[in-house]
Each structure stands twice: as C-alpha cells, then as structure tokens.
Ligand binder design. Structure first.
Ligand SMILES: [Cu+2]
Length: 146
C-alpha cells in the first residue's frame, strides 16, 4: 500500500513540476506563439533537373498557419521533410502536393528533400539530392516589424 502512495506522490511532483515549468520558467522565446489568424500560402518548387528547391528562404510570422504548395517539376520523385513540425511527404514525379502546419515557435525550420533523387551537373556545378535544402524563418511578432 505504501508503495502506491509513494508512486502517487512522485506522479504529482512530476506533473506539478511540469506545470510550474510551463507557467513560470520557460524562456519567453521558446513559448508557443498565439495564433495570428493569418494563413500564408507559399509555393515551393523542386526545379526541373536542378536538385534545388526555390525559394530556399521563406519568412513567416510566429503563429501563422502555413500552407505549402510543393511542386515537383521532375520526372522522378522527391519528398519534403520538415522535422520540427512533423512533416514528411513524398512528392511523386510531375505532381503538386500540399503540406500544412502552424508555426508555433520562433526560429528556423529547416526543410529538405526526403527521398533520394540522384545528382547531376547544372551549369557546370555538381548538385545532388543533399543540396535540396532550405529554411523557413519563423519570426517573432514583437521584435521584427518587417
Ligand atoms: Cu532528393
């Protein structure tokens, strides 16, 4: 019986600690942002035979809902992965997919091609699957008035 009382006390302490942390101790910058009510429609293109996403840098505000339309111009598959928001989706050849998430934290969300897709020379430069990367910059509402 005592064992169970102890377990309950431990559980309460752990949960209580979590609540205290969330309420009082989280640094301001890593708190989730309140929804802005704005939906940002952004198109990203996997450029034909260039092993490149364009644009590679995207700005959104923290709290924005983001709808990405991702176009694959190639006759082979790519994928889009944005680990920080749990996005991982295959992009079949010559197709367009949509990916949605809410930007809840300030910071950079790296995205990348999640499907091995080969390599080649583009205007004298060698490019590969690993060059298909970019960043979504999630900006604070307060500190940036761009
Ligand atoms: Cu790839």
């Amino acid at each position: 019986m005592n064992k169970y009382v102890l377990i309950i006390i431990i559980v309460i302490l752990v949960l209580g600690g979590g609540v205290v942390y969330r309420q009082f101790l989280i640094p301001e910058a890593s708190k989730p942002c309140a929804p802005t009510g704005t939906t940002r429609d952004i198109t990203i293109i996997a450029v034909k035979d260039e092993w490149k996403f364009t644009p590679e840098d995207i700005d959104v505000k923290c709290g924005d809902s983001v709808v990405l339309t991702v176009v694959n111009e190639d006759s082979y598959d790519h994928g889009i992965g944005i680990d920080a928001v749990g996005v991982s989706q295959r992009m079949p050849a010559n197709s367009t997919i949509k990916v949605e998430f809410v930007a809840t934290q300030v910071g950079d969300l790296p995205f990348y091609c999640s499907v091995p897709c080969g390599e080649g020379d583009v205007e004298g430069k060698h490019r590969t699957h690993l060059d298909m990367v970019g960043k979504i910059h999630v900006q604070s509402l307060i500190s940036n008035s761009k």
